[in-house]
Ligand binder design. Structure first.
Ligand code: NAD
Length: 484
């Protein structure tokens, strides 16, 4: 098999197999071919992974931050050296075009390792003078953290979670999505090669039940999930039973607002990036594109023209710009949304079909216009290359409509009026926003959602707080004043 790893799991610094676990077939979305066979983690392996993480963390937390940072920096360098090989693996795992996986997935993971390596040694506490006495604070690691990944950015997610966790002195047990389980195993290998002590980053394969059993373990201090809202609700509830720390990176139905003074080419380009990159399987996508009436016709004409030029095809070919969806289930979900959008009266501007004959799970870049707020396509997360264009007239109207959703992950505004740009962004209920740009997620910037889209933040200085806790130490410097 093309991409068979040495074994399914990585525990205590080594590959581990237990054939008793239910089978997981890894399928290359470009052809539907099975490229690896793995097994779900059994309860014994869950126990082994958490025990190994807890043991290793006791030593790791005592190391100087610069020493921890050195390991992460080395891991980032290895990722960059093996960029091509890792991009190919990511393409096999996800079906994303190689031109994307070369620049976005692992490279953004390496950025996170470098960034948190640089940040860790700068984290300090406070000293709080109290006259004669004083208090000082220490930012301490949480302990064993569980990371649970979605299938759309498997390696980036594994890095975005493990980099701040390890930098701050925690250990991690990571459960990748059962749909894309390969990248995390490779990351575990790279960490060992970079000098990370065994047991600090473990990978367990499995479906939801394996994730749930990890969260129930009393030795686990935190869970960070990237996934859908329904899964987030379950994971958050389970974490609450043990009062564990949580970070929830969930779904969205984000607005991208285009005023009629915007640069047409930039607005069209951003709307395409916000809907078609990774075949639309990006959580922060701007899937409700609100276009002001004065620009609507020109916007749709140019959008259709440029969208038809997107080269869809074999993800392993250098010039392919859009690959298939990740799975048969996702294909069925997305084509169902397209059919219902048509029947609800949305106007199909371009796409809507499966594209050129191919074995994989392809859907053409699809644009619907004249979408209204009540249509399903404007309310639910599609997670495919399907853009909904809605018209609007005034600023107040579009703000109200943009916020009329339970999600709050991201939002974008295109306008040349700088005051309006900031005024509108200030009113939008979303955790991650862009002005005259879309979907750029540099590690320096905090990333995350509000409302049902999540709690906590990944990346930026904010992530340090989500992988550590404050200890405050009162230092008595005088005699003890006891009333007895
Ligand atoms: P999903 O919710 O189906 O699964 C996510 C992960 O949770 C998987 O690893 C799955 O095995 C695990 N899981 C499922 N049930 C569980 C349970 N009861 N307990 C513990 N773990 C459980 O999501 P998906 O289909 O893999 O990914 C797509 C979703 O992820 C979309 O909604 C998308 O918006 C969201 N997403 C969000 C972000 C973000 O950063 N906000 C990024 C990428 C994807």
């Amino acid at each position: 098999m093309k991409a068979q790893p040495k074994a399914s799991h990585f525990i205590g610094g080594a590959y581990v197999e237990d054939m008793a676990g239910a089978e997981i077939q890894v399928i290359y979305p470009g052809t539907g071919e099975v490229i690896a066979l793995l097994h779900e983690a059994t309860p014994a392996l869950v126990e082994q992974a958490v025990a190994s993480a807890a043991r290793a963390q006791k030593e790791w937390r005592r190391m100087r931050p610069v020493e921890r940072a050195r390991v992460l920096t080395r891991a980032a360098a290895i990722i960059r050296e093996r960029g091509e090989e890792l991009a190919q693996l990511e393409t096999l795992d996800t079906g994303k075009p190689i031109q994307e996986t070369r620049v976005a997935d692992w490279p953004s993971g390496a950025d996170a390792l470098e960034y948190f390596a640089g940040l860790a040694p700068t984290v300090t506490g406070e000293t709080i003078p109290l006259g004669q006495d004083m208090v000082y604070t220490i930012r301490e690691p949480l302990g064993v953290c569980v990371g649970i990944g979605a299938w759309n950015y498997p390696s980036q997610i594994a890095c975005w979670k493990s980099a701040p966790a390890l930098a701050m002195g925690n250990a991690m047990v990571f459960k990748p999505s059962e749909v894309t389980p390969l990248g995390a195993l490779r990351l575990a290998e790279i960490f060992i090669e970079a000098g990370l002590p065994a047991g600090l980053f473990n990978v367990l394969q499995g479906r939801g039940a394996v994730g749930a059993s990890l969260i129930s373990d009393s030795r686990v201090a935190k869970v960070s999930l990237t996934g859908s809202v329904p899964t987030g609700q379950k994971v958050y509830a389970k974490a609450a039973e043990g009062l564990r720390h949580v970070t929830m990176e969930l779904g969205g139905k984000s607005p991208l607002i285009i005023f009629d003074d915007a640069s047409l080419e930039d607005a069209v380009g951003a709307a395409m990036l916000a809907n078609f990159y990774s075949a639309g399987q990006v959580c922060s996508n701007g899937t409700r594109v609100f276009v002001q009436k004065g620009l609507k016709d020109r916007f749709l004409a140019r959008l259709a023209e440029r969208s038809r030029l997107i080269r869809m095809g074999d993800p392993q070919e250098d010039d392919t710009q859009m690959g298939p969806l990740v799975s048969q289930a996702q294909l069925e979900k997305v084509t169902g949304f397209i059919a219902r959008a048509k029947s609800e009266g949305a106007q199909l501007v371009t796409g809507g079909g499966r594209g050129a004959s191919n074995d994989g799970w392809f859907v053409e870049p699809t644009v619907f216009a004249d979408v209204t707020d009540q249509m399903e396509i404007a309310r639910e997360e599609v997670f495919g290359p399907v853009m909904a264009v809605l018209d609007f007239e005034t600023e107040d109207e579009v703000i109200t409509r943009a916020n009329a959703t339970e999600f709050g992950l991201a939002a974008g505004v295109f306008t040349k009026d700088i005051a309006r740009a900031h005024r509108v962004i200030a009113e939008l209920e979303a955790g991650t926003c862009w002005i005259n740009a879309y979907n750029l997620t540099p590690v320096e910037a905090p990333f995350g959602g509000s409302k049902l889209s999540g709690v906590g933040r990944e990346n930026g200085h904010a992530a340090v707080e989500h992988y550590s806790q404050v200890k405050s130490v009162y230092l008595g410097l005088g005699p003890v004043d006891a009333p007895y």
